[in-house]
Design a protein around this ligand. Structure first.
Ligand SMILES: Cc1ncc(COP(=O)(O)O)c(C=O)c1O
Length: 473
């Protein structure tokens, strides 16, 4: 039944929103097909991910039939504290009932003050100022503007395979051509270098035209981790040539890698600007933060008439600030940083031997609960090599689907290929996971990695069919 917004429908919506929504159960895909992004709908249907989830709790999702799924995608890292965390929910419910004066704008809200105070407790001394944003990409935009303003320089160095967001500024420092194509000219002054390459970094910095080097300590798209000693040397070089170091921790920050911020894995690394978002939302309200020094912040807001020269309408809203405060509190109280470190070690120790037994796996890498598998052409076996070549002739990148589809179909584990035109599958479990959850994953991946070695076999039939359908489409 197609529902419309007649008076009666609207009345039901106001009086009993849950019942009103329930009446539209099962219509999500059709509505998206019609009003949002039909290509996305097509993709989900093609790979059998059109499950229609109806509930989420902690590390799990449930579909309409009551099947339970392990969520290792966590909404691209947003549900780092698990879904519908009771403590965060309780705070937000209370806040809604308080009728606070939200977003007065010509005022200083105590909530944003408290959120900033809580956040800077977890970065190094010297970073005491916070600019709140509404997304990861807006956080990066702010960081880039602050760096340009503080240094009076324009250029930004970024890494291959970097991902910093998809608005025009952050897209300009995206490491993959795929995301830039067809969007026209981007921000000038971007300088791309290979990841973990100090010589290339110094070459660009030495021009003394560079405002900042922006880097993800653990890359979201490739799951590559900075080499030991890399960040401290990058920092030394940045200081030598008068540039700033920006750690983009939108994805890897706030505990995921087993430290509050991933850069803290290496002694004495002290970026000038730290970006975070995703987990800060508690999975409820979008929020991000640029954390920096008074010197950098004051270069932007250096006098009264410039006090809102960089600003946003929704930043510092009460719901976002309460979500951030509650999330930081949960991470602290529930010792989620420690859990991420322990579970990360547990899963990696067991994943390595499983992966080594599969000739398609070229690397297992990551930090804490941000880890991935990289796949490459297997050189040792002619049969596997031929199968790999055949698939790659049809469609590059489809190999990853051969892992994530059976993980979903046979093991009810939700994952996604990490990036376009890569062979990496990344896993982002919530920081609340238990050993049992990780064993669920390990049993699933062991089965799937064994299965892809059977040629001919069901997994290969599935993906070659998929690749052929993609070509026809
Ligand atoms: C490291 C990093 N920076 C920035 C972003 C952009 O965040 P958003 O999608 O909230 O704009 C992402 C998103 O995945 C990210 O991983």
């Amino acid at each position: 039944m197609i529902r419309c917004f007649h008076k009666e429908c609207l009345e039901i919506m106001h009086n009993d929103f849950a019942a009103w929504l329930e009446e539209s159960r099962g219509r999500g895909f059709d509505l998206h097909q019609k009003h949002l992004n039909p290509s996305f709908v097509k993709m989900l249907r093609a790979i059998g991910f059109d499950k229609g989830y109806v509930r989420g709790q902690g590390a799990y999702l449930w579909d309409e039939k009551g099947n339970k799924y392990l969520d290792l995608l966590t909404g691209w890292g947003v549900f780092a504290l698990g879904r519908n965390h009771p403590k965060i929910k309780a705070v937000l419910k209370q806040l809604l009932d308080m009728d606070r004066p939200n977003l007065v704008r010509m005022d200083c809200s105590v909530l944003s003050g408290l959120a900033a105070q809580a956040l800077v407790r977890h970065v190094h001394d010297g970073l005491s100022r916070v600019f709140f944003t509404n997304s990861g990409t807006e956080t990066v935009e702010g960081a880039l503007k602050f760096a340009r303003c503080a240094t009076g320089r324009q250029d930004i160095i970024f890494c291959e395979h970097a991902f910093h967001g998809l608005t025009l500024g952050s897209l300009s420092v995206n490491g993959d051509q795929f995301f830039r194509e067809r969007f026209g000219d981007l921000m000038p002054g971007g300088r791309k270098i290979p990841f973990n390459d100090l010589a290339a970094l110094e070459k660009e910095l030495s021009t003394r035209e560079v405002a900042a080097f922006i880097v993800e300590p653990v890359q979201g798209k490739s799951c590559e981790v900075v080499a030991d000693g890399y960040l401290i040397e990058a920092q030394r070089l940045c200081r030598k040539y008068g540039s700033l170091l920006i750690a983009d921790e939108v994805q890897c920050g706030l505990g995921r890698t087993g430290k509050w911020f991933a850069y803290q894995h290496w002694d004495d690394v002290e970026p000038d600007i730290v970006c975070c978002a995703k987990a800060l939302s508690g999975g409820y309200v979008p929020v991000g933060a640029v954390i920096t020094t008074p010197r950098i912040m004051d270069s932007v807001f250096d006098r009264m008439e410039r006090c809102v020269v960089h600003s946003n309408t929704f930043g510092q809203n009460d719901m976002a600030m309460a979500s951030a405060l509650a999330s930081i509190n949960v991470i602290e109280e529930d010792k989620l940083v420690e859990n991420a470190a322990a579970m990360g070690k547990y899963v990696m120790d067991k994943l390595r031997p499983i992966a080594e037994a599969c000739p398609f796996v070229s690397d297992v890498r990551g930090k804490g609960l941000m880890f991935g598998l990289d796949f490459a052409r297997p050189e040792a076996s002619l049969k596997l090599k031929m199968a790999w070549d055949m698939l790659h002739k049809l469609n590059f990148g489809v190999f990853g689907q051969m892992i994530i589809i059976p993980l979903m179909e046979r093991h009810r584990i939700l994952t996604q290929v990490a990036g376009y035109h890569t062979e990496v599958i990344k896993f982002l479990p919530p920081m609340i996971v238990t050993k049992e959850d990780m064993d669920w994953f390990l049993a699933g991946i062991e089965d799937v990695l064994a299965d892809v070695q059977r040629i001919p076999g069901a997994a290969w039939d599935t993906v070659s069919g998929l690749a052929k359908r993609a070509i026809l489409a």
